[in-house]
Design a protein around this ligand. Structure first.
Ligand SMILES: Cc1cc2nc3c(=O)[nH]c(=O)nc-3n(C[C@H](O)[C@H](O)[C@H](O)COP(=O)(O)O)c2cc1C
Length: 309
């Protein structure tokens, strides 16, 4: 079976979310933690480290991601996580957020293949930690991959995770499957597909077309349906009661982590902005959940959702 990965979703798939998901659903080979940004002095704050500390991720297969344009910061961080027991570091080359791109990081690094080549050359000469990359097709245009892929092919990446959109597309439109197919053919690294998989059927469409995939990564589709990995493995379909119990368990864990009621409610609403897509006919309940001003009212409204097909 092709390995399944839970994509990193900053602000959502935190250690708390991952723990509850692993306990109640699991089914993915590893979770990628949302990006960590080292400071200009190459340091990473305790607060940022908390998300990846082994004691907060016990029993969870975790891979760590860094967002940086500095080989020194990458390598210093690689050493730090090696001492925590991690065996791979993922480089984020896809983040489209203006605050990140404005600093020349994430997807901005795709604008400069020569600079990226220098960065990877420095990284690979300074660390023996396995390095994987998570990238888009390019910054403005999908044809940029024609210049980026030869750069990636010069290095022994442990995995090339490709989300076949450009930065300009953000998360809109559809992933460019033909552009992915070209990279799939040309890459010398193991390649992982990522983008818009929201059902087992969509997973099988991708894996039938690309049988040599070394991984399939699912993000929003797994937040929308936390049982998606189980469904892909032939297990039971998601039930509404499970989704509500999962939400209640998340609320409990957020409270245990000392989040205030307002913050807990905000987190649940952020997650349900995805889950509610499973209930296209339930506009009234969706409105009630959106309007809810306590966690109790939110969960009570969710309990009225009908069974899923
Ligand atoms: C709210 C949000 C936060 C994200 N945070 C990260 C991140 O920290 N690191 C990263 O590599 N990608 C991040 N992504 C991108 C996802 O990991 C993924 O590549 C993208 O959503 C496409 O896959 P999907 O359609 O399966 O969600 C984020 C996406 C969203 C919507």
């Amino acid at each position: 079976m092709i390995p399944l990965y839970f994509a990193p979703l900053e602000g959502i798939t935190t250690h708390i979310y991952r723990r509850v998901h692993a306990r109640m659903f699991g089914g993915c080979g590893a979770y990628y933690a949302p990006f960590i940004v080292p400071s200009a002095e190459e340091r990473v704050s305790q607060r940022r480290m908390r998300d990846i500390l082994p004691e907060n991720n016990s029993g969870i297969p975790l891979r760590v991601q860094v967002l940086t344009d500095s080989a020194a910061a990458f390598c210093a961080f690689a050493e730090k996580i090696r001492s925590l027991g991690y065996g791979e570091l993922n480089l984020n080359l896809g983040c489209p957020a203006p605050t990140v791109v404005g600093k020349g990081r994430g997807a901005a690094q795709l604008r400069d293949p020569e600079g990226l080549d220098r960065l990877l050359s420095d990284i690979f000469s300074q660390t023996d930690m396995p390095v994987s990359v998570k990238t888009r097709l390019g910054f403005a245009d999908r044809t940029e991959m024609e210049r980026l892929l030869p750069v990636f092919n010069r290095y022994p990446l442990s995995l090339l995770i490709l989300h076949p959109r450009t930065r300009a597309q953000l998360y809109g439109g559809v992933p460019d499957i033909e552009a992915f197919a070209a990279a799939y053919t040309e890459t010398k690294s193991d390649i992982c597909y990522n983008g818009n998989i929201t059902s087992a059927a969509e997973y099988f469409q991708i894996t039938e077309r690309f049988p040599r995939l070394a991984g399939v990564m699912i993000g929003r589709g797994a937040v929308q349906n936390p049982a998606i990995f189980r469904e892909i493995r032939g297990g039971e379909r998601l039930r509404s009661e499970e989704l509500v119990s999962f939400t209640a368990a998340l609320a409990e864990e957020y409270r245990a982590a000392k989040l205030g009621e307002g913050q807990v409610l905000m987190k649940l609403k952020e997650i349900w902005a995805y889950c509610i897509a499973r209930y296209p006919g339930e506009k009234k309940i969706a409105r009630e959940m959106k309007k809810a001003d306590t966690v109790g009212a939110f969960l009570a409204a969710a309990c009225a959702l009908p069974p899923l097909p």
